[in-house]
Design a protein around this ligand. Structure first.
Ligand code: PLP
Length: 453
């Protein structure tokens, strides 16, 4: 019969466990103390199991348990993923992949010093975002611009600087939740702005705004309904009308565009996504949008508009708290240069994916299907990421038959690189549109490995 004290004596010490070669390798990666703590945890639970009447686990199984706890820590929390979902701007998969030179610019700047706030000609303190501002004025037509952490911060800063202690008027249909718990009314409260909702969920007219204006009003806010569509009996006030009303009454028309689209989506067979240049030309005082949605750059909040408003934002204390870092700034500048040169749809990954011709997708799907004994079937990709809700693009999918497609999908997610795919009608489906072309071979290898494991 197994007796507790004897079984306890069969357990190795922490040090003995750590001397095993599999665990010495982990100590190189994570340091001695972290692996020793994991070993202690495993031995503690073995002792608890023995106290409850179990036998002592073997040395191999103890080592295996420590290694299993350590493995995700070695990989780190973030690992590269091949996005085979067909959702171009996938919020859960890190939104926009960077263009190669945007990534290179970020890496370059990260590894050394830079003239971030230094004027190299004058040899004295300079401005961190003068070049960015120039680029923003060129590509959007605005008088001035700056960038912060993300678009949520951009909206918070704009409302704090322009409307704290006063009122901002917003259509009831736009006082919405954007996703991930980001709610427009909450941001407004946080900024100290009083929210005045006008109209009804489906219909709001210019006179609704007009009638709500009081001496307390500072901002007329428009929020793009990024991730839903209200269809049928609806009416919204366009930015042109709203900007004109704001101008007449000495108010700021603030347009939160969300996706930050600088190219006309209609040329790719999609519905029209509101463009930054249009809002600027319409006379919006402030236009804000994300850096990592349809702009296709790094996580950032971009703010453009009238010089006097932008200056007020820049001087507000929150601007310092939400400022963009140099690595992001480098990537954002490199991204904007593609728009300046007019090659964005060929160089920026999200646009390249959206613009990929069907024939090209069919060819790649054919090659993947041949390598994986799959079948090419028609399907639909989506833009995602809070742009063009409900809009889809025709694509060619690779369908793989498998007796347990969900289990195969799970093994693909656990592989390295991880692959995220869809399961549809009992088949695993891969959409080549969102797989970077240089990842096709890695995708083939990943599927083969997942099938064998
Ligand atoms: C996505 C979005 C935001 C939030 O932008 P982040 O860059 O994710 O902070 C705000 N407003 C609108 C309309 C959006 O679509």
């Amino acid at each position: 019969m197994i007796t507790g004290p004897n079984e306890l004596r069969r357990l190795p010490s922490v040090d003995a466990l750590l001397r095993h070669s599999e665990l010495t390798d982990l100590q190189h990666a994570l340091g001695h103390r972290a692996v020793a703590n994991l070993a202690r945890r495993v031995l503690d639970s073995a002792r608890a199991a023995i106290a409850a009447g179990s036998g002592a686990p073997s040395l191999d199984s103890l080592i295996h348990e420590v290694a299993a706890l350590a493995a995700p820590l070695v990989a780190g929390p973030l690992v590269p993923v091949i996005n085979a979902t067909g959702v171009v701007i996938h919020t859960n998969l890190g939104r926009a992949p960077l263009a190669p030179d945007a990534a290179a610019a970020a890496l370059d700047l990260a590894q050394g010093y830079s003239n971030l706030e230094y004027d190299l000609d004058a040899g004295s303190r300079g401005s961190r975002d003068r070049h960015l501002e120039w680029l923003l004025t060129q590509v959007t037509g605005a008088e001035a611009g700056l960038a912060v952490n993300n678009n949520a911060a951009a909206l918070l800063l704009a409302l704090s600087a322009l409307a704290a202690g006063r009122e901002a008027i917003v259509s009831r249909g736009q006082a919405v939740e954007i996703g991930g718990g980001f709610r427009i009314p909450d941001v407004m409260r946080q900024s100290g702005t009083r929210l005045v909702e006008v109209g009804t969920t489906n219909r709001t007219y210019l006179r609704d705004y007009e009638e709500a204006i009081t001496p307390e009003t500072a901002v007329l806010l428009k929020v793009h309904s990024s991730n839903f569509a209200i269809v049928g009996f609806t009416h919204e006030v366009g930015i042109e009308e709203l900007a004109r009303l704001a101008e007449e009454r000495g108010l700021c028309a603030l347009d939160d565009l969300g996706s930050g689209c600088l190219l006309d989506t209609k040329q790719f067979g999609l519905a029209h996504e509101p463009m930054v240049q249009t809002s600027v030309a319409a006379g919006a005082g402030i236009v804000c949008f994300s850096g990592d949605k349809l702009l296709g750059g790094p996580q950032a909040g971009v703010i453009v508009g009238r010089r006097h408003y932008i200056d007020r934002l820049r001087r507000h204390p929150l601007a310092r708290a939400v400022r963009i870092d140099k690595v992001t700034l480098a990537a954002l500048v490199a991204t904007l240069r593609h728009y300046l040169r007019g090659d964005a749809e060929r160089t920026i990954p999200v646009w390249r994916m959206i613009a990929t011709p069907l024939a090209n997708l069919g060819e790649r799907a054919g090659r993947l299907a041949a390598a994986l004994a799959g079948e090419v079937i028609p399907g639909r990709s989506t833009v995602g990421g809070g742009s063009l809700p409900g809009q889809t693009m025709e694509t060619r999918l690779v369908a793989l038959r498998d007796s347990a497609p969900d289990a195969l999908a799970a093994r693909l997610r656990r592989g390295r690189p991880a692959v995220v795919a869809r399961v549809d009608e009992g088949r695993l489906v891969l959409d080549p549109r969102t797989v970077l072309p240089e990842q096709d071979d890695a995708l083939i290898a990943a599927v083969r490995a997942a099938r064998q494991s």
